[in-house]
Design a protein around this ligand. Structure first.
Ligand code: SF4
Length: 342
């Protein structure tokens, strides 16, 4: 249990949380939308500090992060909870399983294993990882654990990565910039209606936070899960790709990922590969240098190619990686800088 960051005390022991763009006003004894921040007698506490529900040693490409240390390992952790309610959630068992009645175990603890920041850093070092990823659920709602871990990780030479929906509050983005090296941010669609109907959120804060992260110097990669009939309209994708190119820069990687039916969205099939190819072409036409296709092993869009001469810079076959970059991240064929932190 830890006192939460980013909140205001209001009258009659109510509080307002500013960690994410829901800005929940919470009465004593109640929790916010994420279910993992609770008002205890006028003090907002994080219920997930030091309670890790998932930990794995993953290839960094699995996050996906393609432009930081290609081919390295990332120690990946999560705590329970999420601030969004995506009907197509791929980690619903740990993100959305909480309710008031099922929240705690018999000892009154939040589900998970006791792990303090030092334990997480030690595990990452022992596993030979180059980074720690805060992932699977939403790192925003376990911000205090991620922040304290990331600060210690930096001192040990480890990099820090958020895999996030980007629906944070601005102050959280600014503080995250002091310890984050990279973020893969979901840009789930380019219509507010989609965010409201299928995710219980809004588009605008995500757009603003993407720009804020990029300006703060965080390496930003964008992911869009392409869902048949929901966000695969050509005009919408053109607008989304245009936003990435103009507001974040043409060097920003865009991962277009294949949907498979899951959780509360089983009324449609997997995304046809032709739709993914169409979306990749839209990204290229918008001027993006790095467009990737996700969840389609063997696709030519898995590789990183030099935008100048077309040579393969990083060859990927699933998680088999051949890093062909020069040590400084430039192309060995033409010498152009890729912007990849090697
Ligand atoms: S993190 Fe977001 S959802 Fe959770 S209490 Fe704070 S404002 Fe509400």
């Amino acid at each position: 249990m830890k006192e939460a960051a980013f909140y205001d005390k209001l009258e009659e022991k109510a509080v307002q949380c500013r960690l994410c763009s829901h800005f929940c006003r919470i009465k004593p004894g109640r929790k916010g939308i994420c279910r993992v921040r609770e008002n205890r007698e006028g003090t907002l506490v994080s219920l997930v500090y030091g309670r890790v529900i998932a930990e794995n040693v993953d290839p960094i490409e699995k996050k996906p992060i393609f432009h930081l240390k290609p081919g390295s390992l990332s120690y990946s952790i999560a705590a329970v909870g999420c601030n969004l309610k995506c009907r197509f959630c791929q980690n619903s068992q740990i993100a959305h399983s909480l309710s008031d009645s099922s929240h705690h175990d018999s000892r009154g603890l939040t589900p998970g294993r006791d792990m303090e920041p030092r334990d997480i850093v030690d595990q990452a070092l022992a596993a030979g990882c180059a980074s720690i990823s805060y992932t699977y659920t939403e790192p925003t709602v376990f911000f205090e654990l991620a922040r304290d871990t990331a600060r210690q990780a930096r001192q040990e030479g480890l990099l820090n990565i958020f895999v996030t929906n980007g629906f944070m509050g601005e102050e959280a983005v600014d503080e995250a910039a002091s310890f984050l090296d990279a973020a893969n941010v979901d840009l789930k669609a380019f219509r507010n209606e989609f965010y409201e109907k299928y995710c219980g959120a809004r588009l605008e804060p995500v757009q603003k936070n993407l720009i804020r992260m990029k300006k703060a110097g965080i390496l930003v990669e964008v992911t869009t899960l392409l869902i048949p009939g929901l966000n695969d309209d050509g005009e919408e994708l053109k607008a989304l790709a245009g936003f990435i190119a103009e507001d974040l820069g043409t060097d920003t990687p865009w991962h277009i990922s294949r949907f498979h039916p899951c959780y509360q969205m089983v009324d449609r099939g997997a995304t046809p590969v032709t739709s993914l190819e169409k979306a990749c072409n839209i990204g290229k036409k918008a001027g993006l240098d790095y467009v990737y296709m996700g969840n389609v092993p063997g696709s030519e869009y898995e590789h990183t190619c030099c935008p100048q001469c077309g040579s393969i810079l990083v060859e990927r076959r699933g998680y088999r990686i051949r890093n062909l970059l020069a040590p400084d991240g430039s192309c060995r064929t033409c010498g152009a800088l890729s912007g990849i932190r090697n």
